[in-house]
Ligand binder design. Structure first.
Ligand code: HEM
Length: 285
C-alpha cells in the first residue's frame, strides 16, 4: 500500500517542485527545430516559453498555431532571428552547419542535441539535457520514468512472442518512395516494437521492383500522411513490386503517423504500441 501511495504522489511532487523551480527563472523565448524536440517541450509543460517551431513539429495540435521556420534540415537564419529567440534547440546534424555560428554571433543560446545513432537511451538523455536547460529537471525525471514504464510494458509483451515479423518501412512523399534502412530512426522504432527490418542498406534508398520483391516483407509500414496523399491503401499497389510481397497478399499494411515514425520523441511508447499491435494482430482479439 505504501508503495502504491509513493507511486501516486511522486509525479505530483515532481510537478509541484518543478513549478516552484521554473517560476524562479526568467522566461525563455524558445525556438525548436525537430518535431521530437518540440514534443519534449510540451511534455515538460514549457510550451508557454515556445515562440517558434520548424515544419516537422506537428504535435500536439496547438503547435500549428506557432510561427514556423523551415525543416531542421534546411534552416534559415533570418527566419529564426525574426522570432527573437533566447534559446534555440535543435539537432547536432541540423543544416546548414553555419547556422550555429550565426546564432552564437547573434547571442542566442544554442542547445544542439545528438540525434543519431538513435535509440531509447539517447532520447532519455536528451530529455535530461532539455529539462536542465529550461529549468524543468523534476518534470524531466517524471517524463523519463513515464516513458520507461510505457516502453517496458510493451516490451514485456513482445518478449512473449515466438518470432519477429519481417517488416519494411516505405516512406512515400511527393511521388517518391524510399525504404528506410539501418541508421534511420524508423529502423530503431520498428526494432523496438519487435520487428526485423528486412532492409539492410544504410539510411534511405529507392527500391526497384526487383529489390522490393526480393525483400518480400511480411508487413509493410507506411505513414498515414502517405496513404492520405496517395488516396487510400489500395493505391499502394501502384508502387512497383508491392503487389508481389507477402505483406500485400495477406493485407498486412500497418499505418502510423509520420511524426511517430520519423522521429523518436516522448510518444515512443505509443509508437511501439501501434506497431506492435499491427505486427501481432492476434493480440487485439
Ligand atoms: C512536408 C515535408 C516534410 C515533413 C512533414 C517532414 C517531417 C519529418 C519529421 C516529423 C521528422 C522527424 C523529426 C524529429 O522528430 O525531430 C523528419 C525527419 C527527417 N526528415 Fe523530414 N519532412 C519533410 C520533408 C523532408 C525533406 C524534403 C527532406 C530532405 C531533405 C527531409 C529529410 C529528413 C531527414 C533526413 C530526417 C531524419 C530521418 C532519420 O534519421 O531517420 N524531410 N521529417
Amino acid at each position: 500500500m505504501r508503495h502504491r501511495m509513493h507511486l501516486f504522489f511522486a509525479p505530483l511532487i515532481a510537478i509541484l517542485l518543478g513549478l516552484m523551480i521554473s517560476s524562479s527563472y526568467a522566461k525563455e523565448r524558445i525556438v525548436t527545430a525537430g518535431g521530437s524536440i518540440t514534443e519534449i517541450i510540451y511534455a515538460l509543460s514549457a510550451q508557454d516559453e515556445l515562440v517558434g517551431v520548424d515544419m516537422t513539429s506537428t504535435y500536439p495540435e496547438q503547435v500549428k498555431q506557432l510561427p514556423q521556420i523551415n525543416h531542421w534540415h534546411q534552416l534559415n537564419i533570418e527566419g529564426i532571428l525574426s522570432l527573437k529567440p533566447s534559446l534555440f534547440i535543435t539537432w547536432q546534424d541540423s543544416e546548414p552547419k553555419q547556422i550555429f555560428d550565426q546564432l552564437r554571433q547573434a547571442k542566442v543560446n544554442v542547445l544542439q542535441l545528438q540525434r543519431v545513432p538513435n535509440n531509447l537511451q539517447l532520447l532519455l538523455s536528451n530529455i535530461k539535457l532539455i529539462a536542465k536547460a529550461i529549468h524543468r529537471e523534476p518534470q524531466g525525471e517524471a517524463l523519463i520514468a513515464k516513458i520507461n514504464h510505457q516502453v517496458q510494458s510493451v516490451q514485456q509483451q513482445i518478449a512473449a512472442q515466438q518470432s519477429s515479423p519481417r517488416v519494411l518501412f516505405l516512406f512515400s512523399m511527393s511521388g517518391i518512395t524510399q525504404v528506410s534502412g539501418k541508421n534511420t530512426v524508423a529502423d530503431s522504432i520498428m526494432t523496438l516494437a519487435g520487428g526485423e527490418n528486412v532492409a539492410t542498406h544504410h539510411f534511405y534508398k529507392n527500391y526497384s521492383n526487383e529489390a522490393l520483391i526480393t525483400a518480400n516483407p511480411d508487413i509493410i509500414i507506411v505513414t498515414s500522411q502517405s496513404l492520405q496523399a496517395m488516396g487510400g491503401k489500395e493505391n499502394l499497389a501502384k508502387i512497383a513490386g508491392v503487389t508481389h510481397t507477402n505483406a500485400w497478399k495477406h493485407n498486412r499494411i500497418v499505418d502510423i503517423d509520420q511524426a511517430l515514425i520519423l522521429g523518436m520523441g516522448p510518444r515512443i511508447g505509443d509508437a511501439i504500441e501501434i506497431l506492435y499491435r499491427g505486427f501481432y494482430p492476434d493480440i487485439n482479439q
